[in-house]
Design a protein around this ligand. Structure first.
Ligand code: PBG
Length: 337
């Protein structure tokens, strides 16, 4: 046997208190965003396939859920409306109406909970009969025509009460167009959270199921979102995308999905001073529950580890369907519950 080690990293792991003393990362619930799915009606709490604990909520129920979240330290909410078929059109033009479910919920939640931070999604897919984030013509998703609509959509949602508008569409030039439209409308305080590196991912399955927003199979409709969302093989391109959004005045830049893209999060956090957000998406959340349901792992432990890793990689803000479960754990851990 050689000499015994003098340097023993295990010394700092010997008790819970010492581990807590030297822990590098903490993710308080204040840095989480709870995405919420909205439906028309009242007293609606509709379960979503594959996502236990997540429901489609009518506005009254969304207010209750948000109130509960706020009592646990989670103060930000990303709203995703399920648009009834009659509210959809080929060009998604109903997205810019002032009476959309999204706008009505923004007004109602803001009124009930003025301290809540409300994030409005800016993309056409919930409003599109063909399930694309932009206007489709002759088999293509049009960029500049879509951006013009998205800029209007951002203004309408900001007026309705969105503190943050979040373009999730991946069109070119949308952040600049949106900033210009907001500023021209006097909405200079509205924050832009850009989905800068949004990948064409299979992890969005449960989300599309929840909203009925998947691309439809039809002639002259692209079958997937690969002509606008990014290729999972690319990292340098994420730096290009984020750089453009920062130059166009994005206040925050987002990577999506989360866990499979930790290298991208780390890279953007190193490259830019603009806060980086990560979206722990529906498929990531569903996988944890699916594995736990088979007795293969513990849901809460898996969730906590996933979110801590996103923070460790460099995300300042984390969007997650598990926000309340995480907050409950965090409060227990910190002796607050
Ligand atoms: C669409 C949008 C998607 C998500 C957020 N905004 C789906 C998509 O791009 O098809 C996915 C979020 C999730 O899976 O949790 N603009």
């Amino acid at each position: 046997m050689g000499p015994l080690p003098t340097i023993r990293p295990r010394r700092l792991r010997q008790s819970k208190t010492i581990r807590a003393l030297v822990r590098e990362t903490d993710l308080p619930p204040a840095r989480l965003v709870l995405p919420m799915f909205l439906v028309e009606g009242e007293k609606q709490v509709q379960p979503i396939h594959g996502m236990p604990g997540v429901d489609r909520l009518s506005i009254d129920e969304a207010i209750r859920r948000a109130e509960k979240a706020m009592s646990m330290g989670v103060g930000a909410f990303a709203l995703f409306p399920k648009v009834p078929q009659e509210g959809k059109s080929a060009d998604g033009s109903s997205a810019i109406r002032e009476d959309t479910l999204a706008c009505r919920s923004l007004r109602a939640i803001k009124k009930a909970l003025p301290e809540a931070c409300l994030i409005a999604d800016v993309a056409l897919d919930p409003f599109s009969t063909v399930g694309h984030d932009g206007i489709v013509a002759r088999g293509r998703v049009l960029n500049d025509e879509t951006v013009a609509v998205l800029a209007k959509m951002a203004v309408v949602q900001a007026r309705a009460g969105a503190d943050i508008v979040a373009p999730s569409d991946m069109m070119d030039g949308r952040v600049g167009a949106m900033r210009h439209a907001l500023d021209t409308a006097g909405l200079t305080d509205t924050i832009i959270l850009a989905y800068s590196a949004k990948y064409a991912s299979s992890f969005y399955g449960p989300f599309r199921g929840a909203l009925g927003s998947a691309p439809v199979e039809a002639p002259d409709v692209p079958k997937d979102k690969k002509t606008y969302q990014m290729d999972p093989a690319n990292a340098i391109e994420a730096v290009l995308e984020a750089g453009l959004d920062v130059d166009e005045a994005a206040d925050m830049i987002m990577v999506k999905p989360g866990l499979p893209y930790l290298d991208i999060i780390a890279r953007l956090a190193a490259e830019f001073d603009t806060p980086v957000a990560a979206y722990h998406v529906s498929g990531e959340y569903a996988m944890l529950h699916a594995a736990a349901a088979q007795g293969l792992m513990d849901y809460e432990a898996g969730l906590v580890e996933s979110l801590l890793c996103l923070a460790r990689a460099g995300s300042r803000v984390v969007l997650t369907y598990g926000a309340l479960d995480y907050a409950a754990w965090w409060r227990r851990e910190h002796g607050l519950a």
